[in-house]
Design a binder for this molecule. Structure first.
Ligand SMILES: CC(C)(COP(=O)(O)OP(=O)(O)OC[C@H]1O[C@@H](n2cnc3c(N)ncnc32)[C@H](O)[C@@H]1OP(=O)(O)O)[C@@H](O)C(=O)NCCC(=O)NCCS
Length: 198
């Protein structure tokens, strides 16, 4: 593995408040209905137990059916551990009433020798979907990727999750070089968007 990739990921992962420190917050903060959204940023290890249970319950209500029908299946304990991993970072979206309405969890990782920002989960409450909030959080991840010298933002999406595939494509994500081929028989795609201005 190139030393640089490892070093860059280590450096990015060490920032306690990367979005604030590197000034990466999206400039888009209004939903399509004109509501102002604010964002909280934290390491997974700094989430309160209540926040973590909210994170997990939104994951479960949005995704349980999809995981159950996927080739991966659903393993609650392993998903909980994944979301709380020491390398996981969170962006939580808050509405104008102060309620949590969605989140993304991401990690800086070396993927196939390349330093990347991996969008691990992106979950929006059904009542706030399709109002621009997911796009705002991707925008922040892309800015963060540029400022930390990650080469791309990546995400894994089930092939049967049409809304999510549509969302990522709309935001400029394409099939990654590491995406399983059409004839692989696998039920997920690996998408990515190159980081500009490096
Ligand atoms: C997928 C998800 C994260 C997107 O976030 P969001 O806040 O709803 O997305 P945004 O409002 O920023 O953008 C939605 C865009 O995607 C497009 N889109 C949504 N569903 C689509 C579909 N089925 N086909 C094509 N495009 C679609 C919309 O046209 C919209 O673009 P527009 O704003 O130009 O009209 C969110 O809907 C969600 O949480 N879904 C359930 C959980 C999930 O699937 N998470 C992703 C796991 S990989």
């Amino acid at each position: 593995m190139p030393v640089d990739a490892k070093k860059l990921v280590k450096k990015a992962s060490q920032h306690l408040k990367p979005v604030e420190k590197l000034d990466c917050e999206t400039k888009r903060n209004t939903t399509t209905e004109g509501e102002t959204i604010t964002f909280n940023y934290m390491w997974a290890t700094h989430l309160t137990d209540d926040d973590f249970e909210w994170v997990f319950s939104l994951f479960k209500s949005n995704m349980l059916e999809m995981y159950q029908k996927s080739q991966w299946g659903y393993d609650e304990n392993s998903k909980r551990n994944e979301l709380r991993a020491t390398t996981s970072r969170f962006i939580i979206a808050i509405n104008s009433k102060g309620e949590k309405i969605g989140y993304t969890t991401y990690r800086f990782v070396v993927d196939h020798n390349i330093p990347v920002t991996y969008c691990w989960e992106l979950q929006i409450l059904p009542s706030y979907q399709n109002k621009g909030v997911g796009g705002m959080m991707l925008d922040t991840l892309e800015k963060l990727s540029a400022k930390t010298n990650m080469e791309k933002v990546m995400a894994t999406v089930f092939l049967f999750n049409g809304a999510s595939l549509g969302f990522f494509h709309k935001n400029g994500y394409v099939s990654d070089a590491t995406c399983p081929s059409d004839d692989s028989g696998l039920d997920y795609a690996i998408l990515s968007k190159d980081t500009p201005n490096q």
